[in-house]
Structure formats: C-alpha cells, structure tokens
Design a binder for this molecule. Structure first.
Ligand code: NYM
Length: 212
C-alpha cells in the first residue's frame, strides 16, 4: 500500500537570518504534533566530500572556484538516495540551505553567471516549499559580528542577497518570503503555517525535479 510521502521543506537566507534556529524549532513542532520530521543541512560536513568543503570554508585549504561549486553540488547529490528514502517513508525533511545557496554564493563571485551555477543541481528533488528568511544587512549587523569562515563579509553577503532575489523570480519554485526581523516565536508561527500547508499538498503530489 502506498503511504503518504513527507514534504521537502527548505530554509534559505543570508547569514544570521536565523535559519538553523528556525529549522530546529520547526522539526520539534512537527514532531510534537505527531508528524514525522527530520532536519538536514547543506553542506553536510560529515561525508568525505563534506570534509573537503568544510576545510575550504574554514580556510584550511584552497580550492579552485568551479571545483568547490561542483563539490557543494556533489554533496547534495550524494544525499539524494537517503532523502528520497526518508520522504517515501513519510518523513518530512526540513533542510537548512540547498541548491539556492549553491547558486547564490558562487554566482556572487567574479566571472560566474547564475545560469552556469544552477546547472549541476538541475534534477535534484524539488522542494515543496522554500522559505527565504529576509533580513536587511543593517539588521543582520545588529545580530553580531560575522564569523571567520569564507564569504562572511557584509560586501559579499550583499551580493549573495541580490542573487537570491534573482532566484526568487522563478515561478517554478514555491518561494515564500519570511520577515526574519520579527521575534523568534512570530517567525516560527509564520514558518509553521506555511509548512503545514506544504505537508498537506505534498501528500497528494509526486516529488518534483528542481529547475527541470
Ligand atoms: N554555501 C553553502 C555555498 O557556498 N554553497 C552551497 O552550496 C551551500 C549549501 O557555505 N556561507 C556556503 C554558505 C555558507 C557556508 O555555512 C555554509 P553554514 O554555516 O554551514 O550554513
């Protein structure tokens, strides 16, 4: 007997928008309401590919820009069999960053176009819902200093934000913009209500393919 599949829900946004906090709160709320849910994050730094990426982000190693872009994508593809299995088992996946971060961050580097950056991720499991946690750079700055990893400067983050705006124009993806300047509980309520709708819809629709 075919059972209802879980939903693929992604949270995106610039650094310090609160993605990780909100992913955790969403998973807890779903579980408490009796809906099976698990959190995932990209990059997944635990795999062999993920360790190469982690060392690059921590500036312990250098990688050529195209190469690291393809590694970020490969890190998603290597998790696809597991993601599909969980979704088929009826588990909703709440994912902290996905292909949109991949395209936005690399295309913010000189000499990269958005189109090329999207290509390696074409055909990944398509999220049923992508929530973009919107926070203007001034408010983000109030939340504390940037870390020391690669890309963590306000100039680069501004460029990344512009690339996300371009990606959000794509009507083939179910984008919802969330005002991340509200307090944690209000942001959570907003995210939860969008997620419950997406979970209901996903039960009745097959999993799609991203950007295809
Ligand atoms: N990042 C993340 C990319 O450049 N490409 C990708 O495909 C993904 C998923 O890595 N600055 C960047 C965004 C972040 C960093 O940080 C990962 P964190 O704190 O692990 O989310």
């Amino acid at each position: 007997m075919a059972s209802k599949r879980g939903a693929l829900i992604v949270l995106e946004g610039v650094d310090r928008a609160g993605k990780t906090t909100q992913c955790k709160k969403l998973v807890e709320a779903l579980q408490q309401s009796g809906r099976p849910a698990e959190m995932m994050r990209f990059p997944d730094r635990t795999t062999t590919i993920g360790q190469l990426i982690s060392s690059y982000l921590e500036k312990k190693s250098d990688l050529e820009d195209h190469t690291v872009h393809l590694l970020f994508s490969a890190n998603r593809w290597e998790l696809v069999p597991l993601m599909k299995k969980k979704l088929e088992q009826g588990i909703t996946l709440v994912v902290d960053r996905y292909a949109f971060s991949g395209a936005a961050f690399t295309s913010a580097k000189p000499g990269f176009c958005l189109d090329w950056c999207m290509k390696p991720d074409v055909g990944l499991p398509k999220p049923d819902l992508v929530m973009f946690l919107q926070l203007n750079p001034a408010e983000a700055a109030l939340r504390g200093q940037f870390g020391i990893e690669r890309y963590e400067t306000s100039a680069f983050q501004k460029l990344v934000q512009q690339k996300f705006q371009l990606l959000m124009k794509d009507p083939s993806v179910n984008w919802k913009v969330i005002d991340a300047s509200q307090n944690i509980e209000d942001v959570h309520d907003n995210i939860k209500s969008h997620s419950l709708k997406a979970i209901n819809t996903a039960e009745r629709t097959p999993l799609g393919e991203l950007w295809k």
